[in-house]
Design a protein around this ligand. Structure first.
Ligand code: SAM
Length: 214
């Protein structure tokens, strides 16, 4: 089948990051070449970010794997994603939460929201809802969420997102401008927050009310 061998090789190479078998299997099921422009399809299974138009990128596969791993996603969970981009990360999360789960993914650029919707449909992800909006204030309508995944870098974690996280929930978010770090934030049962740094990263900026200004 098209690209299957390249995909399997790429996924195998991600084991060195300590990614769970569950996340690796979900990534093996999602055809990344469905989520990039035709002109980039030759690099679909190279571990690198790729341009998707509007000066935005699909994240590198190892970064998607690391974020999904930190999120500890389980069947049936409700997840908020800020920064749909191509829809690829949403598709991997969609496999991890299964048919009983749901992904609400917000994208500020209309053209990308439409691109992602088309890609997700082609990949058979029926449990993902893409919304066109500024996601820096979250999506209160469907809150609280078991998990929140932010795929663009914020000046600091918006309070609104912490409020929309369930107790016991996990949020993964990059923070910073030219120097960025990825954090996993857990909300304990008593409402207190534990924030753990994963390491240095490089994401496009979160632009919006509680992000950077355009
Ligand atoms: N998760 C994506 C994927 O799998 O292709 C990659 C995301 S890309 C690194 C970050 C995305 O965040 C961009 O598409 C950008 O337009 C979007 N973004 C930036 N600020 C945003 C905001 N305030 N609300 C929603 N989306 C935002």
């Amino acid at each position: 089948m098209e690209f299957e061998e390249e995909r399997a090789l790429l996924i195998r190479s991600l084991k060195k990051y300590g990614i769970s078998d569950k996340v690796l299997s979900a990534m093996e099921e999602v055809p990344r070449h469905f989520f990039i422009p035709q002109s980039e399809s030759g690099r679909a299974y190279v571990d690198t970010p790729l341009p998707i138009g509007n000066s935005q990128t699909i994240s590198a596969p190892h970064m998607v794997a690391i974020m999904c791993n930190l999120l500890e996603l389980e069947e049936g969970q409700h997840v908020l994603e800020i920064g749909t981009g191509s829809g690829y990360n949403a598709a991997v999360m969609s496999r991890l939460v299964g048919d009983s789960g749901r992904i609400y993914s917000i994208e500020r650029i209309e053209e990308l929201a439409i691109f992602a919707q088309k890609n997700l449909k082609r990949a058979g992800c029926s449990n993902v809802e893409v919304l066109r909006d500024d996601g820096s204030s979250g999506y209160p309508l469907k809150a609280p969420y078991d998990r929140i995944c932010v795929t663009a870098s914020a000046p600091e974690t918006p309070l609104a997102l912490i409020e929309q996280l369930k107790t016991g929930g996990i949020m993964v978010i990059p923070e910073g401008g030219s120097y960025q770090q990825l954090f996993a934030i857990k909300k304990n049962e008593d409402g207190s927050i534990v924030k753990k740094k994963w390491g240095d990263v490089f994401f496009v900026p979160l632009i919006g009310k509680y992000g950077f200004k355009n």
